[in-house]
Design a binder for this molecule. Structure first.
Ligand SMILES: NC(=O)c1ccc[n+]([C@@H]2O[C@H](COP(=O)([O-])OP(=O)(O)OC[C@H]3O[C@@H](n4cnc5c(N)ncnc54)[C@H](OP(=O)(O)O)[C@@H]3O)[C@@H](O)[C@H]2O)c1
Length: 255
């Protein structure tokens, strides 16, 4: 029996990247997983198929976040798949980066779009999930190391700062129900969002500034999420865990 046997989970943005790895890990631990995605049907079906081939249970839910009616669409699909079961674990993972949204080039449209997907959607997904969630449930929000190291893409970073605040605030509010709320904050991880990692010397440069000498893989993040989702994480709430192999721990150079 797995650590999550009998539990259910919703992972947003689970068709690819970190979300897919989280969905696979929670399913491997025994949870029935709702694999949410925005538009990439093929990737979502591949994730569901991979989970089922490994002996797990999953179903796909398509809903573009950041648009009118997004949460209604998501929960219609989620509740159909859960078929009357509660939602024990919610992982808010889906997000978009906007490489052009720097202080010089950001537009109001960029700002509204990135905040709608990365901040507004998680808040209202949580609001809608709470009535389905039993006491003792788990909420894990995916943030980013850009909340503590500076990058030019300031709008994206601002959204992740908001996610950290959301988690801490809700951990306090929802403690009365025994629901834990934590943040997992990946470092530089190899996904479609970071296609630049495959360009030139990028991977080596990231390895040089990381204590453990490489960039992250989605499964590195998923394993940390699984801890917060499990019974072992029951006494941890309101925390942000940096899962980054020791990124920027000190000066680079000879070791
Ligand atoms: N990769 C990194 O280095 C890194 C570092 C720090 C933090 N993070 C965070 O980790 C999380 C996952 O990132 P990732 O790199 O795995 O991303 P990714 O590879 O770009 O995958 C994004 C996922 O989110 C879904 N998605 C994106 N926009 C959506 C929308 N508007 N509505 C619904 N679904 C949407 C995508 O669905 P479709 O397949 O349908 O498009 C996909 O499943 C994000 O919160 C990100 O900010 C990533």
């Amino acid at each position: 029996m797995g650590a999550l046997t009998g539990k259910t989970a919703l992972v947003t943005g689970a068709s690819r990247g970190i979300g897919r790895a989280i969905a696979e890990r929670l399913a491997a631990d025994g949870a029935l997983v709702a694999v949410h995605y925005g538009s990439n049907d093929r990737a979502a079906q591949q994730t569901v198929a991979a989970i089922r081939e490994a002996g797990g249970q999953a179903f796909a839910v398509r809903a573009e976040l950041g648009v009118d009616g997004d949460v209604d669409t998501l929960f219609a699909g989620l509740e159909a798949g859960l078929d009357g079961r509660p939602l024990d674990i919610l992982v808010n993972n889906a997000a978009i980066q906007a490489y052009d949204a720097t202080v010089e080039k950001a537009t109001r449209e960029d700002f509204d779009r990135v905040f709608a997907v990365n901040v507004r959607a998680p808040l209202f997904v949580i609001q809608r999930a709470l009535p389905l969630m039993p006491d003792g449930g788990r909420i894990i929000n995916i943030s980013s190391g850009v909340t503590w190291f500076a990058t030019p893409e300031v709008v994206y970073s601002m959204t992740k700062g908001a996610i950290n605040v959301l988690s801490r605030s809700l951990a306090h509010t929802l403690g009365a129900r025994g629901i834990t709320v934590n943040t997992v904050s990946p470092g530089i991880t190899e996904t479609d969002m970071n296609a630049w990692l495959n360009e030139g010397e990028s991977a080596r440069r990231v390895a040089d500034m990381t204590a453990l000498g490489r960039h992250g893989q989605p499964a590195d993040i998923a394993d940390a999420v699984a801890f917060f989702a499990s019974a072992d994480g029951r006494w941890v709430t309101g925390q942000t865990l940096e899962v980054n192999g020791g990124l920027f721990l000190g000066p680079t150079g000879e070791r």
